[in-house]
Design a protein around this ligand. Sequence first.
Ligand SMILES: [Zn+2]
Ligand SMILES: [Zn+2]
Length: 259
Amino acid sequence: MENSRKSGLDCPPHPYQIFTWLYNFASIFVFYFFIVPSQPYLIQILMSSLFGLSQLLLLFYAFLLTKSNPTDPILYKKKKINLDETYITFCSLCYSEVSPDSKHCMKCNRCVHKFDHHCKFVNNCIGKSNYNLFLKTAILMEMVETIFLVCCTYTIYNWSADLNGLKEKINQDYGENADVVLIAICSAFEFLTIAILFANGYLLLFHIWLIKHKMTTYDFISKNKPKSSSMDLTSITDSFGAKVTPTVLIGLPQFTVNK
Ligand SMILES: [Zn+2]
Ligand SMILES: [Zn+2]
């Protein structure tokens, strides 16, 4: 268990993790400093409360997911291997007994109970103990991005159709030609938000399908890997880039492999 990661808060952070937090805080800044002030008063209240509430929930669940520790709890019990048992599930990398359905994540160097995948965006493994948190975070992400996209599109539409005296209002508040800068920023965030909405939506639909078929991402990838004889089960790379290794069943005390 030495040199193993416990949660997504452990250093070093993954570049995707840094990008996600930076993007999120940048979108909050754009929303409250550019999009909201350029709306009529009632719409300001509606936009602020909807976006604010869903953002708070998203930040809360994303933090809980990053902080969670999905390591197989057996590894903390320091349970001694009972040599009388005919077969136990043993991880040669953790050098410990583990749950039969645990997998060893090579990025975190620990066994994870009901391993699903290693998520680079929170830099943590997703397993049995934090799968619900992962789903809640992904659903909230989709909600936040949808609200942001609608508000952003509404602002761009109002500007291009010159409704509600938006161009004049922005230029009065921020200076000459400020409306062009604001719309350029909104458009850049709009494209990024559409890309995130599609990617996250696809991920959510995939997990709904997995739940329906009682599978994990790991099961899906191992099942769909070409059945060539050269398949190296000790280094399966999932679609999220994590290398995992199946835990080996070792018959004790003979130490023969039982697959
Ligand atoms: Zn292990
Ligand atoms: Zn991991």
